[in-house]
Design a protein around this ligand. Structure first.
Ligand code: ATP
Ligand code: MG
Length: 359
């Protein structure tokens, strides 16, 4: 009977508590082990030593997930080489020379891409007993903006580690399992998904779960020289210790409630046709950025470019979602709808719902 069916549904409250617990348990299993992190740090040091034989004044720094707190087991390493001297080789020459050196001196498979838009050296190591899944690594040069956006994401993760990290890590696994995390195939990068989560927690949730670090008043006067990089303003409030004492979110929703709401928002409410998600400035208009899909254009390319618009936090003229195609956005949005449907049915067992979600 209806009454019986009603009784079988767990209460909202119990379902959210169960699902939140399942999400924590699920994500914890997928974190990199301390051995993996130690191996990666050793690889970084080894590569840094080798690069210094070519450019003595260089440093090799980690960015992306290995440095921002959103890393999953066996995720690849993003490394950036900074050179502190005035006279230096071009990125193209460095990539070629470093490629040769690594080929001679290490066991890595080496693939230099000196003529790519951003020249990089791609490295990989085959699985071995100590490294059962091998390792993949990209080395780029002078990508200082990437180091800064990594630091920004890390600061957001540190403000509310439990809720932010759990949501982001779960969405990364989910998007990989559902095959919607491949910019080369017309879907969205991990970086793009992280920006969607932060946008949602800063600008959609009311009260917000996170403050807007780029719009907080600075503690002391700042000059343009301190804060600008390659012509872009990279300032943000980064004193997280201080922030923890000064900023408390009024929003007490559980991870489960936030995740369900995240899926619903991107399934139904976000204005894909006209809107731009900006973690810096909230919801913007495509027209105000010159990012409307130009359906009359002769160029196939510009028609595809701005289906999903996510403003980079610092490079404001750069759409992080520019790789997402018409098919890609259709698939991604379909996945948001599917996830939203599975979770809002409030199935009897949260763990079953999660398994179905990532099937
Ligand atoms: P994964 O664990 O899936 O590799 P990740 O956190 O390393 O995730 P990536 O998408 O690989 O995320 O991006 C790594 C870093 O590269 C980002 O932190 C960002 O600094 C930079 N990056 C990646 N994609 C873009 C992009 N489209 N625009 C600007 N920067 C990007
Ligand atoms: Mg990465």
């Amino acid at each position: 009977s209806d009454v019986g069916a009603h009784r079988r549904l767990p209460s909202r409250h119990r379902f959210f508590a169960d699902l939140s617990q399942c999400l924590f348990d699920f994500v914890i299993e997928l974190l990199p082990t301390s051995e993996e992190m130690a191996v990666k740090e050793n690889v970084r040091k080894l590569l840094e030593r080798l690069i210094r034989t070519i450019e003595p004044d260089s440093r090799l720094l980690s960015f992306g997930s290995t440095a921002n707190g959103f890393s999953l087991r066996n995720s690849d390493m993003d490394l950036c080489c900074l050179i502190d001297s005035e006279e230096r080789l071009s990125a193209t020459d460095l990539v070629t020379m470093l490629g040769d050196l690594l080929e001679r001196e290490t066991k890595f498979h080496v693939k230099p891409l000196p003529h790519a838009r951003i020249p990089i050296v791609k490295l990989s190591l085959d699985p071995s007993p100590g490294l059962p899944l091998g390792i993949a690594c990209d080395i780029g040069f002078e990508n200082r903006l990437a180091l800064e956006n990594t630091r920004l994401l890390m600061c957001y993760a540190m403000i509310d580690p439990t809720r932010v990290r759990t949501m982001v890590l779960f969405l990364k696994v989910w998007s990989k399992r559902r095959k919607i995390n491949s910019p080369y195939k017309g879907t969205l990068s991990s970086y793009g998904y992280v920006l969607l989560v932060i946008y949602f927690l800063v600008h959609v949730k009311n009260p917000p779960v996170l403050p807007n670090l780029q719009q907080m008043p600075p503690l002391r006067p700042i000059t343009k020289e301190d804060t600008h990089l390659a012509g872009y303003n990279t300032w943000f409030f980064d004193d997280i210790e201080l922030l923890r004492t000064r900023w408390h979110s009024e929003n007490n929703e559980s991870v489960a409630e936030l995740l369900i709401d995240f899926y619903r928002y991107y399934a139904r409410d976000f204005s894909y046709n006209t809107g731009v998600a900006s973690i810096r400035a909230g919801l913007l208009k495509k027209s105000s950025k010159g990012w409307q899909n130009d359906l009359t254009s002769r160029y196939h390319d510009s028609r595809e470019r701005n289906r999903l618009c996510i403003e980079d936090p610092f490079e404001l003229d750069f759409n992080v979602g520019r790789c997402v195609t018409k098919d890609g956005i259709y698939t991604i949005r379909g996945e948001f709808m599917r996830a939203s449907r599975i979770l809002s049915n409030r199935p009897e067992r949260a763990v079953v719902a999660l398994a179905e979600l990532c099937l």
